[in-house]
Design a protein around this ligand. Sequence first.
Ligand code: NAP
Ligand code: MG
Length: 403
Amino acid sequence: MEKIKMTTPLVEMDGDEMTRILWQMIKDELLTPYIELNTEYYDLGLERRNETDDQVTIDAANATAKYGVAIKCATITPNAARMSEYNLKKMWKSPNGTIRSILNGTVFRTPIIVKGIEPNVKSWKKPITIARHAYGDVYSNTEMQIKEAGKVELVFTDASGNERRELVHDFDEKGGVVQGLHNCTPSIESFARSCFNYALDLKQDLWFGAKDTISKQYDHHFKDVFEEIYENEYKEKFEAIGITYFYSLIDDIVARVMKSEGGMIWACKNYDGDVMSDMISSAFGSLAMMTSVLVSPSGVYEYEAAHGTVQRHYYRHLKGEETSTNSVATIFAWTGALRKRGELDGNEALMKFADKLERATIETIESGKMTKDLIQITTLEETVGLNSLDFIKAIRATLETYL
Ligand code: NAP
Ligand code: MG
């Protein structure tokens, strides 16, 4: 078979620890034998970030904005322990945070569904994609403990010095706690556009829930921004392909999600997304089966696995012990990126290859061959637990039967 060619490069961001090991295995076994991989490579491994004063992360994000599609390996977000482990010059920021702030995007997380790994919620037949607004609210709050009697007020001062005041609470001597939250209209607008675009892309309904009946200014503003952008920019496009935008109170949305079949995109405010994405991923089976894509309002896509660098497995790998690390989410990050690249370039062969590789991955697991994390949760009776490399080789063997 002749190798598939790529006209435009894909931005490739390599990463850390066990996922870096898987990255190379996936390329060697599942990609380069079949594709003339055309990538612009950025090494986001922590050592390289430290050497370049994190410039490599910024360069990779800018390249993503230029080419439109990127694939990223999981990376270490440094903490105190990593400072000494890697002898870092500085506690570099989370690469995902840096990339997100440059691309101004929204993260969508979707579970990969296979027979034999059944969701805990019986009615769920299709994946539920969570979109989390990753700016503001409680994540950039200002808060105080009040330990004596006194008034707390919200004060807005405009450019000419005029003040607007609202009483938050008049505390008695027993005190309490108080918190100030904010969000910015452009950020909410970007979030809404990313969600509407991604719904069009996946041809799935978009649901959004907030608490506008209680929060008549704050949450209501989110509702209004979504509504206005939908009416003015997306309604016709949604109707043309037969998908809907559905707003309801957050508690009503939660209740409906639990009774649904799945198959929708669920837009969440920052805190709701933080909490609900963990609920959805554990209810669908495993973090190792969640993909994640950052979509910017201008239509730039960055694909990755939702899990981290799987440090514990890496330390075992370094000691020469066998690992059984699940590569499915990372494989699906590659297929997502290759398919998107193919779509943008009109490269049918590349899109078809992405479909086949996904099918081969799912079919391999459904035939009972899987990594040990899945063995623990599968309902299949005849299973074989494979090590990291043998699992990837088993997928290759399935893939070969389609080519
Ligand atoms: P993690 O890498 O997601 O792993 C946590 C645990 O989940 C693992 O120890 C493993 O459990 C299980 N697991 C996760 N992915 C798996 C896979 N593919 N196959 C099998 N098991 C899997 O989270 P972490 O240990 O908290 O974080 C490690 C590093 O990743 C940190 O430095 C963090 O900064 C970074 N991180 C990066 C990203 C990103 O780049 N997007 C996201 C999150 C975390 P067992 O050990 O029980 O087998
Ligand atoms: Mg969370």
